[in-house]
Design a protein around this ligand. Structure first.
Ligand code: NZQ
Ligand code: ZN
Length: 386
């Protein structure tokens, strides 16, 4: 087992009416930057609810944060408001994109130079504004981790920026606010969270404990996502899905494991940087092709354990038969929840595959992954995904 140093300082307030705690949570501060996306929070009445609860605070707003949040204008605009208005705290209301954008803003607000230098690790942030969030989409786990993923359109960069100063102080999680999430985004959120688990499970040094957590997560996500798709207002299913997603990305499932390199995320981030696709859909497309590519004598036992525990595949079958069945079942599950399973279905053809494979190989360091991937490997995985 590997050494680790773990702390997630985020307070989680979970369940029906969790939002009623908001005024109390915000009590230490006065001037708030309220951040949100394209308007879903207004449609579900959450915007009015927040404004009503915080009527005694001074509120400034940054709206229109897009999926795959953009450095320019969203992060830059947010930093500007924070500095000009002397903001005390950011209240992010929305999905992972709103939360991620807010984390980048929170660090930029406390730094005199170019925020991009923080996001790209040229400069380590010394501090950040506190962040509180109200999550409306179960997927990324941004509500319980220190990561933000920011896109810069002009250079086709989509960069994961991870620093402990960006842990939210408090995340308010009421599954009812996810009832309105579309089938497409519900399925994409599930695929994202399942892949977060896989990125922690598929590595060399692991424990029985972590493997058990991973299997339970994946099974719960599969079962509960199907229930959410059948009945979007199934509170119990939305709640369990939300909690699975929250646990998925802050490393708790991999304490003591060796690092996997998060290869599917490295590849997908380039796809959404170049083509602005939905993150979870990109992951669902890449994952089974990456699995086929890395299946070997080194990895087969991990696939067998995954197949037997998650899909109840007969453990007496030959190892490679179990592994291949497990990969096929993974593909079939994503397909069964309505995810388009080819790159061409999401508007990506072979024209820029060489360029993307090169970009990933140069920027993502996948030669140190559980199964090292060179530029040629990445290209083969992308070609197989077409
Ligand atoms: O913009 P609005 O109008 O709010 O609509 C959003 C958006 O169009 C909509 N939505 C959100 N909540 C809703 C809702 N629609 C109806 N009802 C609601 N309750 O859903 C759409 C997608 O939202 P977005 O925030 O983009 O989705 P998600 O939460 O999946 O976030 C994706 C982003 O997070 C990054 C991804 O790369 C991507 O940029 N990730 C962040 C991670 C992290 N911080 O740890 C890890 C992940 O691996 C991931 O990379
Ligand atoms: Zn993800």
């Amino acid at each position: 087992m590997q050494n680790f140093d773990y702390c997630t300082p985020t307070r989680l307030i979970f369940g029906k009416d969790a939002i009623e705690n908001l005024p109390d949570v915000m009590k230490p501060w006065k001037r708030i930057l309220l951040t949100y996306g394209g308007g879903s929070i207004k449609k579900i009445g959450l915007y009015d609810k927040v404004k009503g609860l915080l009527k005694d605070f001074e509120i400034y707003e940054l709206s229109d944060i897009q999926p795959n949040p953009k450095y320019n204008p969203s992060v830059l605009d947010g930093v500007k408001i924070c500095k000009e208005k002397n903001i005390d705290v950011i209240l992010a209301v929305g999905g992972g994109s709103v939360l991620d954008c807010s984390k980048a803003i929170a660090t930029g607000a406390k730094y005199d130079g170019e925020t991009w230098d923080l996001i790209t690790y040229k400069v380590k942030p010394k501090s950040a504004l506190p962040i509180v969030d109200i999550l409306t989409l179960a997927a990324t786990g941004s509500e319980y981790d220190a990561a933000s993923v920011i896109s810069r359109t002009e250079t086709n960069d989509k960069t994961a920026f991870i620093d402990p100063v960006t842990y939210p102080v408090c995340s308010i999680l009421d599954p009812i606010y996810t009832f309105s999430v579309s089938k497409k985004q519900t399925a994409a959120g599930c695929a994202d969270a399942i892949n977060h688990v896989m990125e922690q499970y598929f590595t060399s040094d692991t424990t029985l404990l972590n493997d058990g957590f991973c299997f339970a997560e994946i099974k719960s996500l599969m079962e509960n996502t199907k229930a959410c798709l059948e009945n979007p207002e199934d509170y119990r299913a939305r709640a369990e899905m939300m909690l699975c997603c929250t646990y998925g990305c802050n490393g708790i499932l991999a304490l003591g494991n060796s690092y996997s390199g998060w290869p599917c995320h490295a590849i997908e981030h380039a796809l959404s940087a170049y083509y602005d696709i939905t993150h979870g859909e990109g992951l669902a497309i890449i994952t089974p092709r990456w699995m086929k590519h890395i299946l070997s004598d080194k990895t087969v036992d991990r696939f067998v354990k995954y197949g037997v525990n998650v899909f109840d595949i007969d453990k007496n079958l030959e190892k490679y038969e179990i592994a291949n069945k497990a990969i096929d079942e993974t593909y079939k599950f994503f397909e069964s929840i309505g995810i388009p399973m080819h790159l061409k279905d999401v508007g990506i053809d072979d024209k820029r595959i060489d360029e993307m494979a090169h970009h990933i190989a140069v920027n993502e360091g996948l030669e140190n992954a559980y199964v090292p991937l060179k530029e040629e490997d990445i290209k083969l995985i992308l070609m197989a995904s077409l």
